[in-house]
Design a protein around this ligand. Structure first.
Ligand code: 4GO
Length: 251
């Protein structure tokens, strides 16, 4: 997959390809990550790409012309089929299912705004507007880097264990179960017995139940849009019964 990031801060964005799984993806050749300096398309000798906003008020806007030229250059470089994605708080909420969908794209061009944003007349050239969460950043770069990281780890051959991605949080739309490692007892706290039992069916069931319980207690909103299987419904009934008993014990 080819990803090109259009930005005023290419040095910042390049960091994402230098560590962890995005780095592995780059080294294995499944990810080609490049950046493009918007100022190179300013068309003026001051390399300015921002202007005051019409209608008045504070703040600057990234102009349409340098951006459109940068998009055209990026398409020429990585392929005309690349999806143009802009990162902004007005976008559709980015989540794991977006990461999975985007990981199948041959190319992505990520547009990073700064200041108050980009000139609205550029919008017809944007295929997709995404938001990484309900908060404001000073630029789209951190959002773009987050997208690159979450997509890179899904590319073929990047995760050590092929299984790992499918047992992550959100892979089935639920939160992950807890994890434990050595030592068996740490500061008087031991590892749940079932994990030491060697009973793989029991372990699998315990993990599914823990993932469900955490989701119910911490992120019940995630359950709304899910189609649970028969075992999950059974486990959820057990969890709710247990929660009710704990509630009674407290009163
Ligand atoms: C993206 C970009 C927040 C997000 C941004 C987000 N803030 N939640 N800021 O994904 C245009 C100028 C947008 C600054 C940019």
């Amino acid at each position: 997959m080819k990803i090109e990031v259009l930005t005023l801060f290419p040095d910042l964005v390049e960091q994402v390809g230098m560590f962890g799984m995005p780095r592995v993806a780059v080294e294995q050749g499944v990810l080609q990550l490049s950046t493009r300096q918007l100022r190179d398309y300013s068309g003026n000798r001051w390399r300015r790409v921002d202007e005051r906003t019409y209608g008045g008020g504070p703040g600057m806007v990234i102009q349409a012309e340098p951006l459109t030229q940068a998009i055209d250059a990026a398409k020429a470089a990585i392929g005309p089929e690349a999806k143009v994605v802009s990162l902004s708080p007005q976008g559709e909420r980015y989540d794991q299912s977006w990461a999975e969908r985007l990981s199948h794209e041959p190319g992505l061009i990520l547009v990073c705004g700064r200041y108050e944003g980009i000139d609205e007349r550029l919008m017809p050239q944007i295929d997709l507007e995404l938001s990484v969460g309900d908060y404001v950043l000073s630029g789209g770069e951190l959002a773009a880097m987050l997208l690159v990281d979450s997509v890179a780890r899904l590319l073929p051959g990047v995760l050590g264990h092929e299984q790992s991605a499918s047992s992550d949080s959100f892979s089935d739309g639920l939160l992950d179960h807890p994890h434990y490692s050595r030592p068996e007892v740490w500061r008087e706290q031991s590892v749940p017995e079932v994990l030491m039992s060697g009973d793989h069916a029991a372990i699998r069931r315990w993990r599914r139940k823990q993932g469900l319980e955490r989701t119910l207690l911490r992120r019940p909103d995630l359950l709304d849009s899910l189609k649970l299987d028969a075992e999950q419904i059974k486990l959820l009934r057990e969890i709710i019964t247990e929660q009710l008993h704990e509630q009674e014990d407290r009163t």
